[in-house]
Design a protein around this ligand. Structure first.
Ligand code: MG
Length: 246
């Protein structure tokens, strides 16, 4: 069932999202060569505690950390640990905040220091794909319109969209209906209505779209070892442009 939020609920999600934006910006600024990914997780924990909010991901289906840090051929769900960030890495940070009964979810990818042309192109296209998807998030459109826009944008740039993981509704639950795939045909799926709240999140690879899950049962990697990037906003559908929470 797709849950449409009231204006009061949207307001709480807006507050939740602004906290998420602050924490995400702090983590992004901390990503540099030589930092251990566990230190990024500790930073998130401290920033959330200070703001009296809860990390949506911690303990979610047993996920052991507050933030997902996915590097290079890791697509999503990377677990922070002893790994060091290195010059030239492509680092995706995915973060969820739970505040006053609601979740918001957002992600971004940064290049560390001097990155290659392929990595720079990948990051730019993935960021652009999220913007392109959001242009189609509007009351009266269909979920498939968003999916199609993202897929076309990515494939016309010579890159691939991941198919095994999708965007989703977000609100009282971290993952609500509907699923928002990053591929598919326009005019399909549920119709968008004001008050629907969605996490739109293109996951893009520089090679094949197929993925595998690492032996830690969490980290998702590209099967062919190609680089991957991920951008995500949580938004509310309106009659006009979507309201971006984070
Ligand atoms: Mg998400």
């Amino acid at each position: 069932m797709i849950v449409v939020k009231s204006p009061e609920e949207i307001e709480v999600m807006r507050e939740c999202g602004s906290i998420l934006q602050e924490v995400l910006a702090t983590v992004r600024n901390a990503v540099r060569a030589g930092i251990c990914t566990r230190a990024l997780d500790e930073l998130v924990g401290a920033e959330m505690k200070r703001r009296r909010v809860i990390a949506s991901f911690k303990g979610y289906q047993g996920f052991p950390a507050s933030v997902c840090v996915s590097i290079n051929d890791e697509v999503v769900h990377g677990i922070p640990g002893a790994r060091m960030v290195r010059e030239g890495d492509v680092v995706s940070i995915d973060l969820g905040v739970y505040h006053r009964g609601f979740h918001t979810d957002a992600a971004l990818t940064v290049g560390v220091g001097m990155i290659g042309d392929e990595a720079a192109h990948l990051i730019e296209v993935t960021r652009g794909a999220l913007a392109e998807g959001l242009r189609h998030v509007r009351s009266g459109n269909y979920v498939g319109d968003v999916s199609q826009a993202i897929e076309r944008y990515v494939e016309s740039a010579g890159l691939s969209v991941v198919r095994e993981y999708t965007g989703h509704g977000v609100g009282r639950e971290l993952h609500e209906e509907p699923q928002v795939p990053n591929f598919g045909g326009g005019g399909k799926g549920p119709q968008l209505r004001p008050g629907m709240t969605l996490a739109i999140e293109p996951m893009v690879t520089a090679g094949d779209w197929r993925t595998r899950v690492a032996s830690n049962k969490w980290t998702v990697l590209t099967v062919d070892g190609s680089l991957s990037a991920h951008f995500e906003h949580s938004v509310a559908v309106t009659d006009d442009e979507p309201l971006v929470f984070a």
